[in-house]
Design a protein around this ligand. Sequence first.
Ligand SMILES: Cc1cc2nc3c(=O)[nH]c(=O)nc-3n(C[C@H](O)[C@H](O)[C@H](O)COP(=O)(O)O)c2cc1C
Length: 151
Amino acid sequence: MFIDIARSRHSCRSYTEAPLSDEQVRLIMEAGELAPSSRDLHPVRLIPVSDIPTIRRLAGCKDHGAEPLRGATFAVVVAADEGKADTWLEDASIASIMMQLEAEDLGIGSCWIQIHLRSLGDRPAEDVVREIMGLEDGTRVLSVISFGRKA
Ligand SMILES: Cc1cc2nc3c(=O)[nH]c(=O)nc-3n(C[C@H](O)[C@H](O)[C@H](O)COP(=O)(O)O)c2cc1C
C-alpha cells in the first residue's frame, strides 16, 4: 500500500558503493517525469547524473548539507525553466518527492539536497550547480536528489 512507502521513507545519507541498476534509474526518472505541473506547462528538467566525479563535485556546491552527495552513486539535478511557468518551484518540488517515493518503493535510499536559497560563501549555490552542469543562466535549480543503495 502507498501508505507503507510514505511511512517507511526517511532521508538516507549513507550509501554502499554498489550502483543502481539501469531499471531502477529508469523507474526513478519516470516517476519524476510523471509529476503534475500547473497548467500542464512542465517547466521542470530532470537531469540524471551517473558520472561519479560530477556527483562528487556537486557535493561541494554549498557550504553545508550536501554531504550525501559524497557517497551517492546516482543523483538527479532538479532544474526548471522559470520563464515557462511561475510555479516552477512548486512543480520542481513535486517532481523531487515523486522520485524519492519511487526510490523508497524500490528499496533505494535518497536525500533531498536543497540548492535554491543556499550558498557557497557569497555565491548562490544555484550558480555553482549551473556551472558544474553547464546550464544556461536562466535555468533555475531547486534541488539535487542523491540516490544510492542504503548502507
Ligand atoms: C525542502 C527540503 C530541503 C532539504 N534540504 C536538505 C539538505 O540540503 N541536506 C540534507 O541532508 N537534507 C535535506 N533535506 C532533508 C530533511 O532534512 C529531512 O527530510 C527532514 O529532516 C526529515 O527527515 P526524513 O526525511 O528522514 O523524514 C531537505 C528536505 C526538504 C523537504
